[in-house]
Design a protein around this ligand. Structure first.
Ligand code: SAH
Length: 209
């Protein structure tokens, strides 16, 4: 993602501090309830997490994004609507097992992750085994990962990498919007753009065995 430096980015983010995900051993203390917790890794500007949090008030959400200037847009959306079932976390996916309690996340969303097309960069793909090992630590035993992408190569890679690392694939489609899985679909910003260009959206769910 091309990111312009945000004016007063640090101050704007600090103004949303009450939504920051804190250091914790027990995720129930963060949200004040024991509702299931879902996270989106690479939330971008936060449209998906905002719309999911409004639609599913009985689920808690954590929006993770490594670029602070991108997170500002997400944080301000959450703040504007005072969404108490959302927390934001500026972090790289590879560090998540250090900041999120283990066995606490029911679902991880990977929406339109960077494809890293060069073979030499495959360890950076968010569905590479390096990241799957992190996700396995934070997911509950019946947890799942839901993936959406426009990118055929990243999708093909993920469909191989997930089963090789202890996940079972479900609900695989190469055209989400024409499939039976579309009825409860919440669009992301990237998804809206790719859909406008006529690119079909690939989607799958991976469950721990
Ligand atoms: N999910 C959004 C944005 C997709 S762009 C949407 O669908 O509209 C991918 C986002 O993932 C970018 O904002 C990028 O900064 C973030 N990202 C990429 N690698 C990451 C990592 N290792 N940890 C956290 N975020 C990451």
């Amino acid at each position: 993602m091309r990111v312009r430096k945000k004016k007063h980015g640090a101050e704007r983010l600090a103004a949303c501090e009450k939504y920051f995900f804190p250091a914790t051993d027990d995720i129930k203390n963060v949200f004040g309830n024991s509702n299931p917790v879902h996270i989106e890794i690479g939330c971008g500007k936060g449209t998906f997490i905002r719309d999911m949090a409004k639609k599913y008030s009985g689920i808690n959400f954590i929006a993770v994004e490594k670029i602070t200037d991108v997170m500002v847009c997400c944080a301000e959306k959450i703040y504007a609507e005072q969404l108490e079932n959302v927390r934001i976390l500026c972090a790289d996916a590879k560090t998540l097992a250090e900041v999120i309690p283990h066995n606490s996340i029911e679902r991880i969303y990977l929406n339109f992750s960077d494809p890293w097309p060069k073979a030499g960069h495959k360890k950076r793909r968010l569905t590479h085994a390096v990241f799957l090992d992190v996700y396995k630590q934070i997911l509950t035993s019946d947890g799942s990962i839901a993936i959406k992408t426009d990118n055929d190569s990243l999708f093909d890679f993920s469909l191989e990498e997930l089963p090789q690392n202890g996940f079972i694939l479900e609900d695989v489609t190469r055209d989400l919007h024409s499939s039976i899985y579309n009825s409860d679909n919440v669009m992301t910003e990237y998804e809206a753009n790719f859909t406008k260009q006529g690119i079909p959206i690939k989607r799958c769910v991976a469950k721990l065995k």
